[in-house]
Design a protein. Structure first.
Length: 97
């Protein structure tokens, strides 16, 4: 299963790069708040958001004042956990085969 391992690594790397982009652009970490992903039935999204929070060095509850200058970041940053989560959820299914 080296391909599954490499794919998971790419998901983790994508999360780290998303965190870097958010940090560089002075993004709003509340887009990755754990409470948002707790109500969604997609564990991959929650995992990706947790990795991004971890890399940003913020708590699970990011309801404080935004670090950035915008209330809402660019869509490509806001939706990063959703896109990466699709990969992680698919890998979970492939791992069961």
């Amino acid at each position: 299963m080296p391909v599954l391992h490499a794919s998971r690594h790419l998901g983790r790397l994508s999360s780290a790069l998303s965190a870097i982009a958010s940090d560089v652009m002075r993004g709003n970490a509340s887009h990755f708040d754990a409470r948002i992903f707790a109500v969604k039935p997609h564990p991959g999204q929650a995992a990706a958001a947790a990795w991004i929070r971890q890399d940003l060095g913020v708590a699970d509850d990011t309801s404080g004042a935004p670090r950035g200058v915008r209330v809402q970041d660019r869509y490509s940053l806001r939706c990063a956990p959703h896109v990466i989560g699709v990969l992680l959820d698919a890998l979970a299914l492939f791992g069961r085969c």
